[in-house]
Design a binder for this molecule. Structure first.
Ligand code: PMP
Length: 407
């Protein structure tokens, strides 16, 4: 693959040299979480060795270093997602927290009895449950965009769901079960024409496809650091300035106030309004380092390479007797879910683990979409740019052997 040296990339990830059950680790569980390059690990170690302090509040040197590092990371996030303003980038714990923040702060203010919230059948539980809770609390209704047999959302059906009571459309960019790349730009545009607010869940797109929040056009875009080679416990809520500024703070406390008396509090402007308390400073810095690392390789290069891997994997797995691929939308990203006749998904996962191959089995926190395809669980190999064609072959060899031994 021109311009991309996968072996050089692999040397950046120490854990890829691990052995599991006597075999070299084959990590095909990237949709659950990704590994960290030494550039991220070393950046975090450097923070604790040379910069550690709380931020914003002190005149001393380390507070300055920590604040600079944290704010630099915010600027890297802005650049990575092409946000217009750095103050629109809010650090949170992850996708789940970002969605809950919007459901509580924005939803609490803007959703009322009889209103409707639209999600799709593809959503992860993180983009279902907070809206369901909001709907229950407010007497609002959750509406669901159906998907077709390949696993793409039905835009025609979506348009029928939009009406005067629709307050929000919350849509996943890439399905964590099917790998479907959803035409979020179209989804957003159809909502915005009607003045409806939109949120895009970028947990599964951020590491696999270029993201430009201005091009997508949504009001909110959210993602988790750990899905893009950064630590757990750090993620991003991006929102349009005017939408964020019209929202009440979610949590109250230090770091987010300008002035406090017992009578009232004046809040800080963005982004601090939504960053109450001491945040995950070091891991935000680690997220910045991870995005800079991805920038150096190029997300377009990564995307091209991964699509070649996915196409190869689909073709190879698809030729195994008794194997059913779930999610077959052309151009899908990074995920190769399947079931194998004669085996539970757990048995397939165990057999792969015995060979050092890590895949997720289970419902993948997205039960509605699996049930849409008539199953409760699936085997889910999921790729990152450090995976190789050889690793796909190893996966296929084990699954093919199981298929051949079918009872
Ligand atoms: N949305 C999608 C599409 C996901 O894949 C995930 C993680 N599996 C989440 C949301 C939740 O992310 P987190 O657990 O990092 O908050």
């Amino acid at each position: 693959h021109p311009g991309f040296d996968v072996n050089a990339v692999r040397r950046d990830f120490p854990i890829l040299a691990e052995r599991v059950n006597g075999k070299p680790l084959v990590w095909l569980d990237n949709a659950a979480t990704t590994h960290k390059p030494r550039q991220v690990i070393e950046r975090i170690a450097h923070f604790y060795a040379h910069e550690n302090s709380n931020i914003h509040r002190a005149a001393h040197t380390l507070a300055g270093r920590a604040t600079d590092a944290y704010e630099h990371a915010r600027e890297v996030v802005r650049r990575f997602i092409h946000a217009p303003e750095v103050s629109e980038v809010i650090f949170v714990r992850g996708t789940t927290e970002a969605i809950n923040l919007v459901a509580k702060a924005w939803g609490g203010q803007n959703v009322g009895e009889g209103d409707e919230i639209i999600v799709s059948h593809l959503e992860h539980h993180a983009n279902i449950v907070p809206w369901q809770q909001l709907a229950q609390a407010k007497g609002a209704k959750l509406r669901v965009i159906p998907v077709d047999e390949q696993g793409q959302i039905r835009l025609d059906e979506y348009q029928k769901l939009l009406n005067a009571r629709t307050k929000l459309v919350a849509i996943g960019h890439v399905s964590n079960v099917l790998g479907t790349v959803v035409p979020v730009k179209d989804v957003v545009q159809l909502a915005r024409q009607r003045g409806i607010t939109t949120l895009v869940d970028g947990a599964q797109s951020i590491a696999h496809t270029p993201v430009d929040v201005q091009d997508i056009g949504a009001d909110f875009f959210v993602f988790s650091g750990h899905k893009i080679f950064a630590p757990t416990g750090i993620g991003v809520l991006w929102g349009r300035r005017e939408v964020l500024e019209a929202m009440p703070p979610w949590q109250g406390g230090g770091n987010m106030i300008a002035d406090v008396t017992f009578e009232k509090t004046v809040f800080q402007p963005l982004p601090n309004t939504f960053e109450a308390g001491t945040g995950n400073i070091a891991d935000a810095v680690g997220l910045g380092a991870a995005l800079e690392y991805v920038e150096r390789i190029g997300i377009a290069t990564i995307s091209r390479y991964e699509h070649a891997l996915v196409d190869y994997g689909m073709q190879q797995l698809g030729s195994i007797p008794g194997l059913r691929l779930i999610g077959t939308v052309p151009g899908k990203a990074s995920v190769l879910s399947f079931t194998l006749a004669g085996y539970t998904t757990d048995e397939v996962g165990q057999a792969l683990n015995a060979e050092g191959i890590a895949v997720r089995t289970g419902h993948h926190c997205a039960q509605p979409i699996l049930r849409r395809f008539g199953v409760e669980t699936a085997v889910r190999p999921s790729l990152a740019f450090y995976n190789t064609f050889d690793e796909i072959d190893q996966l296929v060899t084990v699954v093919r052997r199981l298929a051949g031994q079918r009872r």
